[in-house]
Structure formats: structure tokens, C-alpha cells
Write a protein of this length. Sequence first.
Length: 620
Amino acid sequence: MCGIIGYTGSGRREAVPILLQGLSRLEYRGYDSAGVAITLGEGRGIVTRKLAGRVTALRELMDRLPAHGGSGIAHTRWATHGAPHTRNAHPHSDCHERIAIVHNGIIENAETLRAALAGSGHQFTSETDTEVLAHLIEQTPGDTLEARVIAALEHVVGTYGLAAIAADEPGKIVVARRGSPVLLGIGDGEYFVASDASAVLEHTRAVVYLDDGDIAVLTPTSYQVLDREARVQRRSLNDLQWDLEAIELGGHAHFMQKEILEQPETIRSTLRGRLMGDGSVARLNGLNLTPADCADVRRIDIVACGTSWHAGLVGRHIIEELADIPVSVEYASEFRYRRRPRPSGKPGTRLTIAISQSGETADTLEAMRAARAAGSRVVGIVNVVGSTIAREADGGIYLHAGPEIGVASTKAFTSQIVALTLLGGYLGAHRGQSLDSKKADELVCSLTELPGLVSQALALEPEVQAIARQYSDAHHAMYLGRGVNFPVALEGALKLKEISYIHAEGYPAAEMKHGPIALIDEHMPVVFVAPHDEVYPKVVSNMHEVRARGGRILAITTEGNGDLSGGGLVDHQLRVPRTIPILSPILTVIPLQLLAYHTALLRGCDVDRPRNLAKSVTVE
Ligand code: F6R
């Protein structure tokens, strides 16, 4: 997704190096173009440099054509309106290049506004909705840039996180937010605006998260948050908890590799201070659910997208088993547009869980809002502290997994399952009959052992690497699993297709004979997720069905499960350590993450920046 960074300071530092460094920190979000606009000061105008391509290319351009100034805005663009092309890259300007603007989000009435502005003589140089905003601000009268931005936004339908500068007010940056995240970084005699905390982390830990409808005005000596009537608003100052090392490679080749290997520690971090040995499983203060609230819950809806949705599918099994509450799991993008009957009974009997690593996914956020409007209490399972979903939910569980920079989600997935287990255990323990104290203590024991077991699963990497060599030329792959491991099959397939571009499908293993079996031949690698659980013998039968049709099989099983390769049933067998069945997805997914990673490397793919993908999908 697009990224924004802006800087203004009292003249001690040049803006360009800070902006370019900020753009590098935002690269992980996915982008196709980059650009910078600098105010030269004393009414000398604005210099804009931009191109379709990488931030390194923009850096080279700035070396050749430098621009000096103490304030400016910059952007990485992920194309929505208009192809990835220099003319469509941000910042965009008005007719006279007196205003420059960067923008995340989508202006839904851009074409209507464009036609009206063109009718008044405005000349457009791009196909973007953002350029429309620049001309709209130009057209709007007002004494200050903020007054013009506020008045212009009256005419806008859609979502935006934007930052604007004007040649006539050097040093000032005006920021606005509706539906697209923006935060302010508060430094010592300098101020930042960014779409993502990682862009400001090396300069300041003090941030202000803007709410929808906020306008912020940054100058070299002050910042102010206003509402649409230009009344000053109080917004709290937050302390970023992440370390700089967390957003750096630290000797790893890729963020994805770093994040896969970090999982013992990230799981430990999700569990830290939460496990209770007194039969109550977990202390979850931020959840804001009293034991009486837990007892009242009659039904749970989980809403999420992508990998978080897969974690939700695992969570359904876990919560139904531990808390004995019916759970439905839905793609947030489908849920938000579906008509939902209002629940009968007292409010609070329905609980919606929004799962999101970034806490900014537009569909998940809207699904959560729709659930609340239909009378549900909402909780978030979120990684990014201070993100919109975290702030809007009635309560929640932070993953504390640290920043996930690799576009393909890995450590968030395992921490999400851990958080869902804590939630399921908490609900079960507080509902009386569903989880007795013996089972609760066994669960706590299994959770405590998990980080060590994940380390053991990670030790499979050399074997996985060798297997990846044999499959890296495949065109298709099928992933099969059952029960709580069916979502792991989906997740394994998603990881492979995202970063290696091999077409992969995940299916419930028993569903295979209802259609997909037609695809099986010697060119189709089939990955079975088959740990030790009650459906293991049935999954082994499915392996026979594949083998009988010449399919190549990789089986992920557990230590202690029988030898499948000796008798020739499978080509490769990897064994992860044994845990209780509901936690097995945390271990079975590890070799699949590694398989996707090594396959992508062998195919020469850019693992951390897969084509067409964005880290955080803040548009519909
Ligand atoms: C997959 C991936 C995406 C995200 C999805 C939801 O590797 O990263 O499928 O899981 O876009 O993102 P969040 O969890 O931030 O809501």
C-alpha cells in the first residue's frame, strides 16, 4: 500500500535525507513509484522529484538533481487510479506548482470533481484521484493552507490520509485523515507525519495517532490537531514500544526469514505475563470482558482477511473446543456487505473478533463497524499497537510480536493462534462447565512448552531446503489437511503462491475426491498436513488415493507417527514435535513457511517484496 512520510524542522536538518530514509522504511508495504516534494523557503516554490521505480532510483535522481530545504513530503505509491508511471507518482501539484500533496486512500467522486475543475480551466497531468485534490485545494479560497484543505475536503467523498504543503507557507505541513491511517511524530524541534510508525522510529518514539476527521498542522516549532470547524482537539501522546532493531534485518537475508526464525520469541512475547496457573488460563486485562460478560456470549463471529482469516479458521476449532460457543468465520470483505439479522436477547450475547496484524485492513475495520452497528460487542486481535482496529474495538489482545515487515505474514499467524487460544481458554474458564481446572492447567502447560517446540520445528530447515530444490520447478501444488489443520493447508498454499508465484490450492483432504483429484498426476506435488490427531488415519487414506494416481507427496506429520516414506507411500516426510491437537497448527505451519521461503529463493523471487502485493491493504 502507499506510504507517506513528511518532515518539518527548525532548520538544523535537511529534509531530503530524512524523507528518503523514511521511504526506505516504508518499502515493505509494497509500492511501484516514489517521490518527494520540498519547500525551498521564502516563497521560492516547491521542487518535486518522482519516478516509477524503487526508492534507490529516487535517491540516485536526488543525487543528480538535489533539492535543499528543511521541510517536505514524500510518498511510495501502490497504483490504484492510473498505471505505475512517473506522471502518476506522488507528490501531485496544482496548475502553478504552488501546492503539493501526497495521499493514501481513494477519492470516490474524483471523476466528478475532475470534470468540474477541468471546466474551470484546471489542467491535469495524471490519471490519479490525488491530483484532483491538489487542484481542488488550489481552487478553494482561504487565508491559510489548513483553511483551504478543510474547505476543499467538504467536497470529497472517499478515504484519505494526506499531507499537503504550499509554496506560500514554507515549513508548514497540513495533514488530514479519513479512513487511511496517519500519525504524527513529535521530535525535539522537529515534526513528522507518517502512514506507519516504522518511518519515524529512528527519530522519535513519541507519536500522536490521528482519528478520522482530524486535521493536523505541523510547523517547524509546533503541531496542532483541529476538527473540521478548525477547533483545537486534544490527542494523547503515545510511546512507541518497538526497537529500531525490530525493523532492521539484523544479519538476515530477508525480513521473511528473520520473522520465521523469530517465532519462538514472538510466541513467548504473546504469552508473556498472561498465563495463569489457577485454572483461569489467562489474564487478559485489555479484553474488557468480565466473567459475567463471558457467560453471556452465545455466539462468536470472527472477521479477517488473508492469513489472519486462516488464523480465524484455526481459532474456530480452538474456541469451540475450549469454550463451547458456536463460532463462524467469515472473510471481512463478504461479512461487511451481508445483511445480518439483529440478535435477539440482551446486547453483548454476540461477540465479534476482528483479527488483523496491521490493525488497518479496510475490510476488517468495516466488518467490525458493521458488526457493532448490528448490536455485537467487538474485540480485536491485533499486532500494531495504536492501530485503528485496536483503538475502535471495545477491547482486545495485542500480539506483541513486534513489527512484521515481510509482506508474507508468518510470525503474526502463529501469535494470532496463540492469542485465540488464550481467548478460548479465558472464555471457557469463565463460563464454568466448558473448561475444568485440570484441562485449563494442561492447556497452560502446553502453551508454555510451545516456544521450545517451535525451535525444534525450525531445526527442520535444512531438510525443507533440500525438498524445496526438488519442487521449485513445479507449476502447481496442492495442500491438503483436515480439521484444525485444514486452515494450515490454506496458509501453506497462500504462502507459496504469494512469494514464489506457483499456483497452489488448499483443500480439506477429504474434499479432494469431490473434484480436485482430477488434477493429480506426476507433475502435481501434494503437501499433506497430517499431525497426530483423531483424523490422522483418514488423512493417510487420502495419501493412498493420491499415490495411486502418481502424485508426488510431502507429508508433514508429528514425531511418533508411523514411517510413511519407508513403504513408499510418500516421497518426503517431515516430523514436527507433538503437542495437543488444537495447538498443532503452530508447529505444522513452520515447515510450510520455510518451504515457501526456500522455493521462492530458488526461483529468484523477491521474497520481501512480492509483485503486486501490499503489506497493509487500507483500500477496499
Ligand atoms: C498473507 C498476508 C495477507 C494478510 C491480509 C490481512 O501473507 O499477509 O493475506 O494476512 O492482507 O492483513 P492484516 O492481518 O494486516 O489485516
